[in-house]
Design a protein around this ligand. Structure first.
Ligand code: PLP
Length: 402
C-alpha cells in the first residue's frame, strides 16, 4: 500500500490553494505535477554542471555528457530496450511520431502503401500521417471502435492487406481510458509482417513498459506526463529499422563527416538527434523515471485502478451522468445531463478542481461518440479518494445551479 500523504509531500504544488480552496488536481492526462527531486536535479545541473554535451574536452562538458548519457541508460532500463542505441531523445510523443512518419515514411512508404490507425488516436498520431500523405499518396485505414469504447479486433484483422506497411496505435486512450491489448495487436500485425508503433503517452505513467516483451517496433512517450519536465520525450525504435531510416533533421551532432559534396551520418541514436539536446531535461526525466520505479508499478497500478473504480462508482451515483468508455485506468470522460462540458469545467475550477474539457485532441473520436467534447478527470499516483469525493460534491453543486 502506498503512503499517499507521504508521496504528496514530494509534490509542493499539491499543497497550494486556488480561489481560496485546496487544489484538487485531476488533469494528469494533460500533464503531471513534478516531484521536488526532479526540479532539484535540474536546478543542480544548471547551477553546478551546465555545459554543452558531447562536444567539449573540458570537465563540465564531460560531466554534463555523462549525466545525459546516464539518463539514456535510465530510459533504456525503464522500457527494457536492448541497447541505448535504440533510445532517441525527442521533444515529446508528438515529435517522436512525426519522426517515424517522416523518416520511416521516406524509407518504406510509397504511393498506394497503407498505414493502419485507430478511431481513438490523439491528433498527434493522425496528423503526421496526413502530412506524409500530402507528400506520398499513402492510404490511411482506421480500426473502428465497439460501442464499449474498445478496438474492434475482428475489424482490425480485416484491414491488413499486402500493401500495409505500418500499424500505429495508442496503448491507453486519453479520452476513454481504454487499455488496448497491444501485445495481441502487435502479434496480429507481425503475422502480416507489419511493424507497429505504440503511442505510450498515456501508458508510461500507469503501466510497466517492456518493449522486448511487447516486441513493438517503435514506442513513443512524453516526459511531462510521467512526472518529468516538459520539452523532452522518447522514441524507442528497433535498431534494425532505425538503421535503415534516414535522419529526420539535419544539423550538428547527427553527422559523421560533412563536406559540400557529401555528408555522412552519425551512429545511432545520434543520427536522429540534430542540434543541442535539452540535456538538463533528460536529467530531470531520468530522475522522474527513477522516482516512479522506486515506488514500483505494482503499487501504482493497485492504487490508481482502485481510485478509478471508486471514482466511476461515485460518479455513476450522479443523476444524468454519462461516462464514455471503460476507464480501465486513470481516465474518466463524462457529461452530465445537458450541461455544456466547458461550463461544468469552468465552474469546477472555481471550486478548486482542475479537470480538462473539450475534444482532448481526439476530434475523430468525438465524431464517433456523436458529441463535441467531454469533461475528463484523470488521476495520478498522488490522487486520493477524498479528492474524488470533492469532485462528486462539486459536480452536484454545479448540477443544482442548472
Ligand atoms: N498521444 C496521446 C495518447 C496523448 O494523450 C498525448 C497528449 O495528451 C499525446 C500523444 C501528445 O503528447 P505531447 O503533447 O506530450 O507530445
Amino acid at each position: 500500500m502506498l503512503d499517499i500523504q507521504e508521496i504528496r509531500r514530494d509534490f509542493p504544488i499539491l499543497a497550494r490553494e486556488v480561489y481560496g480552496r485546496p487544489l484538487v488536481y485531476l488533469d494528469n492526462g494533460a500533464t503531471t505535477q513534478k516531484p521536488r527531486c526532479v526540479v532539484d536535479a535540474m536546478t543542480d545541473e544548471y547551477l553546478n554542471v551546465n555545459a554543452n554535451v558531447h562536444r567539449g574536452v573540458h570537465y563540465l562538458s564531460q560531466q554534463a555528457t555523462e549525466l545525459h548519457e546516464a539518463a539514456r541508460e535510465t530510459v533504456r532500463r525503464f522500457v527494457n530496450a536492448r541497447s541505448t542505441a535504440e533510445i532517441i531523445f525527442t521533444r515529446g510523443t508528438t515529435e517522436s511520431i512525426n519522426l517515424v512518419a517522416s523518416s520511416f515514411g521516406q524509407a518504406f512508404l510509397h504511393d498506394g502503401d497503407e498505414v493502419i490507425l485507430t478511431a481513438m488516436e490523439h491528433h498527434s498520431n493522425i496528423v503526421p500521417w496526413q502530412l506524409l500523405q500530402a507528400r506520398t499518396r499513402i492510404v490511411i485505414k482506421v480500426c473502428p471502435l465497439t460501442d464499449e469504447g474498445r478496438l474492434d479486433l475482428e475489424a482490425l484483422e480485416g484491414l491488413f492487406s499486402s500493401r500495409t506497411r505500418l500499424l500505429s496505435c495508442t496503448y491507453v486512450s486519453n479520452v476513454l481510458g481504454t487499455i488496448n491489448p497491444v501485445a495481441d495487436i502487435i502479434r496480429m500485425a507481425h503475422d502480416h509482417q507489419v511493424p507497429v508503433l505504440i503511442d505510450a503517452a498515456q501508458a508510461a505513467p500507469h503501466l510497466p513498459l517492456d518493449v522486448q516483451a511487447l516486441d513493438c517496433d517503435f514506442l513513443a512517450f512524453s516526459g511531462h506526463k510521467v512526472y518529468g519536465p516538459t520539452g523532452v520525450g522518447v522514441l524507442y525504435g528497433k535498431e534494425t529499422l532505425l538503421d535503415q531510416m534516414p535522419p529526420y533533421m539535419g544539423g550538428g551532432e547527427m553527422i559523421g563527416k560533412v563536406s559540400f559534396e557529401h555528408t555522412t551520418w552519425n551512429q545511432l541514436p545520434y543520427k536522429f538527434e540534430a542540434g543541442t539536446p535539452d540535456y538538463v531535461a533528460t536529467t530531470g526525466l531520468a530522475r522522474a523515471l527513477d522516482y516512479v520505479s522506486a515506488i514500483g508499478f505494482p503499487a501504482i497500478m493497485e492504487h490508481e485502478q482502485e481510485l478509478t473504480r471508486y471514482a466511476r462508482q461515485r460518479l455513476m451515483e450522479i443523476p444524468a451522468m454519462r461516462i464514455f468508455g471503460p476507464s480501465d485506468d486513470s481516465v474518466i470522460s463524462f457529461l452530465v445531463g445537458d450541461i455544456h462540458h466547458l461550463d461544468l469545467g469552468t465552474l469546477l475550477d472555481r471550486l478548486g478542481i482542475a479537470v480538462r474539457t473539450g475534444h482532448h485532441c481526439a476530434e475523430p473520436l468525438m465524431h464517433r461518440l456523436g458529441i463535441e467534447g467531454t469533461v475528463r478527470a484523470s488521476f495520478a499516483l498522488y490522487n486520493t479518494k477524498e479528492e474524488v469525493d470533492t469532485l462528486v460534491k462539486g459536480i452536484d453543486r454545479v448540477r443544482q445551479m442548472f
